[in-house]
Design a protein around this ligand. Structure first.
Ligand code: SF4
Length: 428
């Protein structure tokens, strides 16, 4: 791309088949926005990013402070979401605006579109009956989707090794959030134990029952267990509680476990769970073994794929997804040395999975180490759009759009798949 060329012009020429809103969302995911004082000013009412932001040198303090809270999610016209990142060199900014949403996105001095932020919803500031803040019950939200995670610690980090009591770390190389840490104590999770304490479930259910969540989807997730049967049992028991509380009626509940056995899927289906998402993370078999040693050695790629196919039989073809970490095959020793190979492999995943009723969903992989960790994705913007255009074409060819009841553009804050399909749907 020519250095002074506006990014959105370049994208419009290179990706004419991608809707303009998708190109903008992708550009914002990659380039972020520059800091503007309207951002901390909005943090009082917007859904907050829990990581504080340190103002760059030269920017005036905000209300006397240099460390400020910022909104977490941009909400664009058309109701898609974008995770907000601040990057000092971004061509984009968000500024106050007289338009209906109160803010606008600019590229340089050109006003691109109207926007706002996802609002802080009342449940996040409430307490449960026993005085626990609802946001500390294992529940989080992005737009349409509540994410319920009452057992975040992943046993792949601590696989029992030898009689000497040492453990091996077989966690996925990109994963930080499954690390057993302080959250286990807060939630009462015990490693290698199926059950989550009853008070923990009581609290999170109370939070899900809050009338003001404005969510439509409830996605159960958690760290993996070493035994597939135990993990399936854990999710069945959580689903039982959700069903008792009427939450499988109120929300589209999906099981975001690792690969589990058919009998557990059948039990969940009978309880009202409607979808499943078992994340394979990496398509290429050798890269899967390298990046996901726990999933590869404890479950195995073939068993994982069989589990996804069984999920289609149980939940139906519109109700099964598997997430991938786009670009993780390009990082570390033994990585693919050519991004084109990663793209080819990712499209191969779509060719295999989509006709079988399984939707691959690609999130970006952000560097997890080094000076720019968390800021730079491994995929280039062009590669990410090429991948998404390719997958959207496969979904069209197969007549299998993403099911918006399961995954909508207002819950896809780092992914583009629903934006392609819902835009097509809107045009029709
Ligand atoms: S299985 Fe899930 S939680 Fe565990 S290391 Fe891999 S990505 Fe993280």
């Amino acid at each position: 791309m020519a250095p002074d060329r506006p990014m959105l012009d370049h994208l419009a020429e290179t990706f004419p088949d991608s809707p303009a809103a998708v190109r903008l969302k992708a550009a914002l995911l990659f380039a972020g926005v520059r800091y503007d004082p309207c951002l901390p000013a909005a943090a009082g009412w917007a859904f907050p990013n829990y990581m504080p932001y340190m103002l760059p040198p030269g920017a005036p303090a905000f209300e006397g402070k240099r460390q400020v809270a910022l909104p977490y999610l941009l909400r664009l016209a058309g109701d898609t979401q974008v995770r907000l990142r601040i990057k000092p060199d971004s061509p984009f900014s968000v500024r106050p605006d007289a338009g209906p949403l109160g803010y606008a996105v600019y590229e340089g001095d050109r006003r691109v579109t109207t926007t706002t932020f996802e609002a802080r919803l009342p449940w996040t500031d409430r307490l449960t009956a026993d005085g626990t803040p609802m946001r500390a019950t294992g529940l989080s939200q992005h737009g349409d989707m509540l994410v319920l995670n009452v057992a975040p610690g992943c046993e792949y980090f601590v696989v029992p090794g030898d009689p000497g009591g040492r453990t091996r770390n077989l966690s996925c190389t990109f994963c930080l959030y499954g690390l057993p840490d302080q959250r286990l104590e807060t939630l009462g999770q015990e490693l290698y134990v199926i059950d989550v304490p009853r008070p923990t479930l009581d609290r999170v259910i109370e939070a899900c029952q809050h009338p003001g969540t404005e969510a439509r989807q409830l996605y159960m997730v958690g760290g993996s267990m070493l035994d597939m049967a135990d993990e399936g049992e854990r999710y069945c028991r959580i689903a039982e509680r959700l069903a008792e509380a009427g939450l499988t009626e109120r929300y589209y509940v999906a099981c975001g476990s690792g690969a589990i056995q058919r009998e557990h899927m059948l039990r969940m289906k009978a309880l009202g769970v409607r979808g499943a998402c078992f994340n394979l993370e990496i398509w290429d078999p050798a890269q899967f073994e390298r990046v996901c040693p726990g999933k590869a050695s404890i479950v195995g790629r073939e068993r994982w794929l069989r589990s996804l196919e069984e999920a289609v039989e149980v939940f139906g073809p519109d109700n099964v997804m598997t997430a991938f970490v786009g670009g993780a095959e390009l990082e570390g020793e033994g990585a693919f040395d050519d991004p084109a190979r990663a793209l080819e492999s990712n499209l191969e995943a779509g060719e295999y999975l989509i006709p079988r009723g399984i939707q691959p969903i690609y999130s970006l992989h952000w560097k997890v180490t080094g000076k720019n960790r968390g800021e730079e994705p491994f995929y280039s913007l062009d590669m990410f759009l090429r991948l998404n255009e390719g997958l959207a074409a496969l979904r069209r060819r197969e007549g299998r759009p993403i099911n918006p009841a399961f995954f909508s553009r207002r819950s896809a804050y780092m992914q583009l798949e629903p934006d392609y399909d819902e835009a097509v749907h809107d045009r029709g």
